[in-house]
Structure formats: C-alpha cells, structure tokens
Design a protein around this ligand. Structure first.
Ligand SMILES: O=C(O)C(=O)C[C@]1(C(=O)O)C=C[C@@H](O)C=C1
Length: 285
C-alpha cells in the first residue's frame, strides 16, 4: 500500500505513519495539500496528515480541505505524543546561543510560544512546511547560525545537536493525525486502540433560525451519544457563516447514530460523514 505523509523524513507525521503502517510504501510530500492531492489523483492509497494539536487546536488547512476541497474519508485516527526540541548544526554547537533565526512548522512554533518569547525575544521566527523541513534546512546551512524546532528523530536524521529539550509550553502535548482514503473504509492497525469515533461536518439550515445549533446538539444528547469535539469553521460565504465539526464517540453502525443523522437532515441541516473509525495511540519510540 502506498501512503503519502507530510515530509520530509523525520517529521512528526512520518513518525506516526511509520508506527501505523510498518509494511507500507511511505512517500513524503512537501505540503498538506500535496498529500491530499496525491490521494485524490490515485497516486497513493492512503494519506496521513495532522488534524489537531492539544495545545494549538485544529490544523486549519487540513480541516478546510476536508470540507471545501475534496471528498475523502477518515479511516483511522493516530494520536501521538509530541516533544519539541531546539536543535542546531554541530558546527555552531559552541556558539549556538547567538542565533539569527529559529525555524519550524507554524504549529510547532506556536506550541513553544512562551519558551521563544522569554528565551529568544526579538529573534526572527520563520515558518517552514514541517519541523523536519526546518531541520533539513539547518543541516544544509552550517554557515548560518540558525536553529530548528522538531523531534529527536529529525536531530538524528539530519545530524543536528539538540541543545534544549522539551521546550513545548505545556506538558500534555499530543497531535491527532487523520488517515485518509478515497473510499469509505475503516482501517484496522496493529496499535493500541482506545475508542471508536465518527466525525460529522454539519451545516445549519439556511433560514438561520434561532436555536438551530441547540436542536443539533439535542439530537445527540437525548440519545446519550457522547461528543468529544465541536468546532466551528468559516463557511467562507460571509462573516458569521459557519459549518460545525462534531466528533461522536460511536461508530455509525448503531441505530442511534443513524437516527441522529436522519433527525439532523429532517431539521434541514446538511450532514457530511467524514468517517467512522478507530482511534489509535502511537508509541513515542
Ligand atoms: O511538522 C511536522 O513535523 C508535522 O508533522 C506537522 C505538525 C502539525 O501540523 O501539527 C505535526 C505535529 C506537531 O503538532 C507539529 C507539526
């Protein structure tokens, strides 16, 4: 099976995908849209992209692509612990604190915001397409006194020296990754499974009546269907227009879930089922 992931090698996504698909042919792509497009064109069978981080929230480009741009399905969720480290070229190892810039993925920079603010205030921060892309850049530019933020796998892969470890601002740092497929499917993986979930993307009726969101939530609550997430994202049709992403701790097989979706549609909502899938824990090493 060919599996696209946000590369280059040694990104957090690479770590998760390696653990989940030991025998897959793993193919790195530069950006999240590139990964998703490789799936829709048939170049790969699965794509693994970051969906949400415990400190920074959703990865907007992933969520928006799934709603606005493509018709693909989540087949599994991978939850991985995230440890961010500051790394430099070994060439600059003794003089590393005179940094000119620090590079990383926007989500990684945000996860270390307080650290960067208090430790390196005024130093330029530069976004890269992934944490491993930042590490690779540092390895290719020994003449620049620049640091990357990323994982220990990237430090090993690109021969960098980790100078400060665990620099993320809050201890409980995890990221959810979505495994995507063109077809509706549920992937069974050789990892610890923690629960079954279904993700729905819901648009409210166009008449914008008061209490519409309350009615949506009621369809789940009186059936005692437990929600693990609700988030609004712009519909991109005007200020104040949103769609809602709702995660339910249930598979779609049950009669209650089918009843809830039927009720939402009867209320005039548009419901897109993004997937009904298992949630797996990715080990650190
Ligand atoms: O840059 C990486 O290494 C990624 O896999 C992307 C990503 C993200 O988009 O959230 C994944 C996990 C971490 O939260 C930081 C960055």
């Amino acid at each position: 099976m060919k599996i696209a992931y946000l590369g280059p090698e040694a990104s957090f996504t690479h770590h998760a995908v390696q653990k989940a698909f030991e025998n897959g042919q793993l193919i790195p792509f530069t950006t999240i849209p590139d990964c998703i497009e490789a799936l829709t064109t048939g170049e790969v069978d699965r794509t693994v992209v970051p969906l949400e981080n415990a400190l920074e929230g959703s990865v907007p480009i992933t969520v928006d692509y799934l709603f606005h741009e493509v018709d693909v399905h989540i087949t599994a969720e991978l939850v991985s612990p995230i440890e961010q480290h500051l790394m430099v070229h070994p060439h600059n190892g003794n003089d590393w604190e005179n940094l000119t810039k620090i590079m990383s993925h926007s989500h990684a920079l945000a996860q270390c915001h307080k650290y960067l603010y208090y430790r390196f205030r005024g130093i330029s921060l530069e976004q890269s397409t992934s944490t491993s892309a930042a590490a690779r850049y540092v390895s290719e530019h020994p003449e620049e006194n620049v640091a990357a933020i990323g994982n220990s796998m990237a430090a090993g892969k690109y021969g960098l020296k980790m100078v400060e470890e665990n620099i993320h601002d809050f201890h409980f740092n995890h990221t959810r990754f979505a495994v995507l497929s063109r077809d509706k499917a549920t992937d069974i993986l050789l990892l610890e499974e923690t629960s079954h979930k279904s993700t729905l993307m819901i648009t409210l009726p166009s008449d914008d009546r008061p209490g519409a969101l309350h009615q949506v939530l009621s369809a789940f609550s009186w059936r005692q269907l437990s929600l693990s997430k609700i988030e609004s994202r712009p519909l991109k049709t005007g200020l104040g227009n949103y769609f809602f992403i709702i995660d339910v701790e249930q598979s779609m097989d049950g009669v209650l879930m089918k009843g809830a979706v039927d009720e939402l549609e009867a209320l005039g909502c548009t419901v897109k089922l993004l997937g009904s899938y298992h949630k797996y824990t990715v080990p650190t090493n």
